[in-house]
Design a protein around this ligand. Structure first.
Ligand code: CO
Length: 198
């Protein structure tokens, strides 16, 4: 074995010795990849940079479609203490439709502590509330066919949940709109802003 090793070592030495040229020839190609590696590396970030915006463009191009299901919804939770858990809704401009789900985490019935979501221009809110109160609980405290109402849910009680989906084209981009509960006396505690926002 030692002889073998010695032969192999000698052979290796011989190769190394007489392979002076071939060795440089070997290192040259070895250096080329090394030299080209930084080039590739420097190209890579450029490629990454150029592909990154393309990727994000693709992502943003996909976003509205994805948004339709994922981002164009919000959940508002209410309770027996006459509260909504959010005060503002910003609708992404990519949402052709928007869905609001209202949950009532309380225990009281709709007749005593009913909540709904009504969306109107801020300027229309007082009239919609007054007419809704007159209309009564039979129509969820919203006057039937009230064209000032952009959208509204039904009135729910504790433990219930309801949703409404509406076309966002009904909201002017720079308009002032509110969402609120139209149960008599609840507006003061249960209102917020809703707008088209990016
Ligand atoms: Co209410």
């Amino acid at each position: 074995m030692k002889i073998y090793l010695g032969l192999i070592t000698a052979a290796a030495l011989t190769l190394a010795a007489c392979g002076g040229e071939s060795k440089t020839a070997e290192t040259a190609p070895a250096q080329q990849p090394a030299a080209s590696a930084p080039v590739a590396a420097s190209v890579a970030p450029a490629a990454a940079e150029s592909s990154a915006p393309a990727a994000s463009e693709a992502a943003s191009a996909v976003a509205p479609a994805a948004a339709a299901s994922a981002e164009c919804t919000t959940v508002i939770t209410s309770d027996d203490a006459m509260k909504f858990d959010i005060k503002e809704i910003g609708i992404k401009s990519g949402c052709a439709q928007y869905t609001i789900t209202l949950k009532h985490a309380g225990k009281m019935p709709a007749a005593a502590m009913g909540h709904n979501i009504v969306i109107t221009k801020t300027a229309d809110k007082d009239g919609v509330l007054a007419d809704g109160a007159t209309a009564g609980i039979a129509t969820d405290y919203v006057k039937e066919g009230d064209e000032r109402v952009v959208a509204h849910t039904k009135l729910i009680g504790g433990g219930e949940e309801t949703s409404v989906t509406f076309d966002t084209a009904k909201l002017a981009k720079d308009g002032a709109y509110e969402f609120f509960c139209s149960f008599p006396g609840h507006y003061a505690m249960m209102n917020g802003k809703i707008k088209i926002a990016d």
